[in-house]
Design a protein around this ligand. Structure first.
Ligand SMILES: Cc1cc2nc3c(=O)[nH]c(=O)nc-3n(C[C@H](O)[C@H](O)[C@H](O)COP(=O)(O)OP(=O)(O)OC[C@H]3O[C@@H](n4cnc5c(N)ncnc54)[C@H](O)[C@@H]3O)c2cc1C
Length: 574
């Protein structure tokens, strides 16, 4: 191993790049577990501890498009008639955990098991479940599996609009089981209410910046408003490099005597590797970066959840959250915000609560969807495709998620009134895209091409999922609460019409993963099971970009779990 003596540096042992969801959790745990080490956490965005748009649960979504958002966008997508899709990412201490919608859940056990089966020794359901529950601090009683002593507070929301009450009764009539037992314990199939990451004492969002970082020791220094432009590497042997530290956007060099840990998220971690000379040589050369480590998988395997909404205008007199979102200076909204500020029960505590995770068999589409996927991907040599085909045969693994919201979240704009929305989301789309630095502006916004719906399985899956959402809406007791379907609208009936609607209305559920996949190098991997970047001795990636196959869940719990696993590995090996 390449050894270097650090004579003039600050004797920083570990540098964590990116104070987001995983980065803040990782830095905290390292400071606790390595009390004699100096740890530096570098975050491009500011700290925003008192920002109500982050802290008030019902204001979720309000920092999208703001200065606390990186505001990325995809390249025009061929299957969406050239539409580009926003790629929002938190640019703030806490990262995307400051921006997300506070859905708190986990995928099915076989999906985490797949990480080990794909060649990553030590990873699996048990290790990830231990790690995810280590980060969790659940308040309440239910029959599910939780952690009770971790930093991230969560509970079942006490504000659930009455219109959501008919959720389980309606969906279970259509063949999806009620699951009140184990949706966070590795068996998510069914229809249920799930917790949300709110602190039950303060009613604030619980996220990595306000729940992990305050637990860190004095050996952790957090540097905000500071952007890293590259990881500095020196050659150890013909094909192995050592990370010596990082360069900041003002040219300053900070040295790490032990390790550099990249936690810049699925969109920016691959770019940081590329800017440092790790990736596809032709791409790096085009960007004027000297290629050091040839690694084909950097920035590839971009996977994301695709979703579409069915929206329904409620009958007069039935209440929703709409006027608190769309008339947020009105008397109702200001009164409710006042209550929240005074520590009283407030509608601004509202977050997502009603979920359903189904397999195609429950929608009577098992053989049809399996044979469609097999006809396209059956001969693929790609290990990610193969896993997704296996998941389609496993009735414990969800293929579609439903989310039932007491407000309008459609694609075409709010037109006034009270709404419910049924989100349909495809859990394992087969499209695999990419994110790379822009050769013309390497330090600027990356080129993101998710290749959304570039295959017939993904397109059909979203259409069939949305058709089933209409069936849910037309089942009692939900059927009685609404007076009009506004999106897609009753005029949409044939499969061709549904397909055209989905093309216009598809959105992302903000869950990109896979761009620094933890896989064997020959399978397109970027990091090994120790999360170490291939071709380096002491450079790791610790965030959701390492997830090899997209999960059937909202993925913040995975980010915390990955950070916990990584911290334990680093502490043990120190
Ligand atoms: C709008 C939205 C809604 C979501 N809703 C949910 C939800 O309800 N439930 C759920 O489970 N998941 C949700 N997610 C997904 C989940 O929040 C993310 O997958 C997860 O937070 C990602 O964690 P991460 O550590 O990989 O990246 P991030 O949390 O994004 O952290 C990356 C950090 O690195 C910083 N950074 C990047 N480049 C540099 C650089 N060069 N120098 C210094 N710092 C840098 C960034 O500013 C950021 O703070 C949502 C995501 C978004 C964007």
């Amino acid at each position: 191993m390449c050894q270097r003596k650090c004579q003039f540096c600050l004797h920083l042992l570990e540098i964590v790049v990116g104070g987001g969801t995983a980065g803040s959790a990782l830095a905290t745990r390292l400071s606790q577990g390595l009390p004699r080490a100096n740890i530096l956490l570098i975050e491009a965005g500011p700290a925003a501890a008192d920002d109500l748009r982050i802290n008030v649960p019902g204001l979720r979504g309000s920092i999208l498009g703001s200065s606390l958002d990186w505001n990325f966008t995809t390249v025009p997508q061929a299957s969406l008639d050239g539409r580009s899709i926003d790629v929002n990412r938190g640019k703030v201490l806490g990262g995307s955990s400051a921006m997300n919608y506070l859905c708190y859940d986990r995928a099915s056990a076989p999906e985490y098991e797949a990480w080990g089966e794909l060649g990553n020794q030590g990873w699996g359901w048990k290790s990830m479940m231990n790690a995810m529950t280590k980060s969790e601090n659940f308040t309440g009683t239910d029959k599910d599996r939780h952690g009770y002593t971790g930093p991230i507070r969560n509970y079942y929301n006490r504000v659930v609009f009455p219109v959501l009450g008919g959720w389980q009764a309606a969906v279970s009539k259509l063949g999806v089981n009620i699951n009140d037992k184990s949706s966070l314990g590795g068996e998510p199939i069914g229809v249920m209410f799930q917790p949300t990451n709110i602190d039950p004492t303060k009613r604030t969002r619980s996220y990595s910046a306000n729940s992990y970082l305050p637990l860190a020791g004095r050996n952790l220094v957090v540097k905000t408003n500071t952007q890293v432009t590259k990881v500095n590497l020196v050659k150890c042997s013909s094909s192995v490099y050592q990370a010596t530290g990082v360069t900041l956007s003002d040219g300053q060099i900070i040295t790490a005597s032990k390790e550099v840990l990249v936690s810049a998220g699925s969109v920016q971690s691959p770019g940081l590797l590329e800017l440092s000379g790790i990736g596809q040589p032709s791409l790096l050369k085009a960007a004027g970066v000297a290629p050091l480590v040839e690694l084909a998988g950097v920035g590839e395997n971009y996977q994301d959840h695709i979703r579409v909404s069915n929206t329904y205008q409620l009958k007069d007199g039935i209440d929703s959250f709409d006027n608190l979102i769309y008339d947020n200076t009105g008397a109702n909204a200001t009164g409710e915000l006042e209550k929240w500020l005074n520590g009283e029960r407030s509608l601004y505590e509202y977050t997502s609560a009603a979920y359903g995770f189904a397999n195609w068999q429950q929608l009577n589409l098992g053989p049809q969807m399996q044979s469609l996927a097999r006809s396209i991907f059956g001969s693929s040599a790609n290990v990610i495709d193969s896993k997704k085909l296996q998941f389609l045969n496993n009735t414990h693994v969800p293929s579609i998620e439903y989310l039932y919201e007491a407000n309008y979240v459609g694609a075409f704009g709010y037109t006034g009134g009270q709404f419910i929305t049924l989100f349909s989301t495809v859990m394992h789309p087969f499209s695999r895209g990419s994110v790379h630095i822009n050769p013309k502006d390497p330090q600027g916004k990356p080129i993101i091409d998710p290749k959304y719906m570039d295959n017939a399985y993904d397109r059909t899956a979203l259409v069939e999922a949305a058709k089933f959402a209409r069936r849910i809406a037309n089942t009692e007791p939900i059927k009685s609460v609404w007076k009009a379907e506004t999106e897609p609208g009753e005029a949409i009936q044939t499969d061709e019409e549904w397909a055209a609607f989905v093309k216009k209305a598809m959105g992302s559920f903000y869950h990109p993963v896979g761009t620094c996949a933890m896989l064997p190098r020959q399978d397109g991997g970027v990091v090994d099971a120790e999360l170490r970047v291939y071709g380096t001795t002491n450079l790791r990636v610790v965030d959701n970009s390492i997830i090899p196959v997209i999960l059937s869940a909202h993925i913040q719990t995975a980010a915390y779990g990955i950070a916990e696993v990584a911290a334990a590995k680093i502490i043990t090996s120190a």
